[in-house]
Design a protein around this ligand. Structure first.
Ligand SMILES: C[S@@+](CC[C@H](N)C(=O)[O-])C[C@H]1O[C@@H](n2cnc3c(N)ncnc32)[C@H](O)[C@@H]1O
Length: 244
């Protein structure tokens, strides 16, 4: 079952969605927003694949203004609900939301950029080959494909860590995150979302996600095979590749 189907069954993103914006790590948000500012200041047509609740869709819409057309491709209903509610409050946003899968969505414009943040761990090797072919082919010459560098780079266990989140009213939120090894290509992230009232733990909910690990070397092989070349101005922790 893929993550869209799991979400329909109350798993994965169905558990994660209500917490998403509150527990998204602030330093990661700064890095990814910075990458959009550095790499896409003049983009006029952008596809964002798997935008989730729309944190970076909003950042793109604010950065590029209404003259730029953004396509937000989000198949999970629960994430799309948050996305469309966010966008409905942004009159300047020129964003078309498509309820499609990354492998089947169809656009009729040449793209300046394809943004895939916090997404590609959901794609195995065969689907990644299809994904790169499809979206590399949708770029205009000089167009850019952007994602974050993957962590971890190999299938290794990641010890438990607490990631601080935000506050809503009487409640504070955080995440306990850890990963176990499934096999040489995959790890299973276990994310426990905690709700605190002062020092009292009032609720915990756990979601698991089976994720592919994709090293920089493997990514470089795959993206080169799809006809892309490294972007000369890629910031730290960002994978940016261009269609020559
Ligand atoms: C971790 S969230 C990332 C959301 C957003 N990009 C961000 O960085 O905040 C991953 C998103 O990818 C979406 N997704 C998973 N599989 C997908 C697929 N095959 N095609 C398009 N989106 C997918 C999920 O529904 C989810 O919203």
């Amino acid at each position: 079952m893929n993550e869209t189907a799991r979400a329909e069954h109350g798993l994965g993103y169905a558990v994660n969605a209500p917490y998403y914006d509150l527990i998204f790590p602030a330093p990661v948000r700064a890095t990814l927003e910075g990458a959009l500012q550095t790499l896409l200041p003049n983009a006029r047509a952008v596809a964002e694949i798997g935008p989730g609740t729309g944190i970076f869709t909003e950042a793109l819409a604010r950065l590029l203004g209404p003259k730029a057309e953004i396509f937000a491709i989000e198949p999970a209903r629960i994430m799309r609900a948050a996305l469309m509610t966010r966008l409905a409050r942004l009159p300047e946003a020129n964003v078309t939301v498509l309820p499609d899968d990354a492998l089947t969505a169809e656009l009729d414009v040449e793209l300046d950029a394809v943004v895939l943040f916090n997404l590609i761990m959901h794609f195995g090797p065969d689907d990644r080959a299809r994904l790169w072919r499809k979206w590399a082919g949708a770029l205009r010459p000089g167009g850019t494909l952007i994602m974050e560098t993957q962590f971890p780079q190999k299938a290794t266990a990641v010890p438990e860590a607490i990631v601080p989140g935000g506050v809503l009213g009487r409640h504070r939120y955080d995440t306990v995150a850890r990963a176990d090894v499934i096999d040489q290509d995959r790890i299973r992230w276990l994310m426990t979302y905690r709700t605190w009232a002062g020092n009292d733990l009032v609720r915990t909910e756990t979601a698991d996600f089976d994720c592919y690990v994709i090293s920089d070397e493997l990514l470089a092989q795959e993206l080169s095979a799809a006809g892309l070349v490294p972007h000369p101005a890629a910031p730290a922790d960002i994978q940016a590749w261009q269609r020559p």
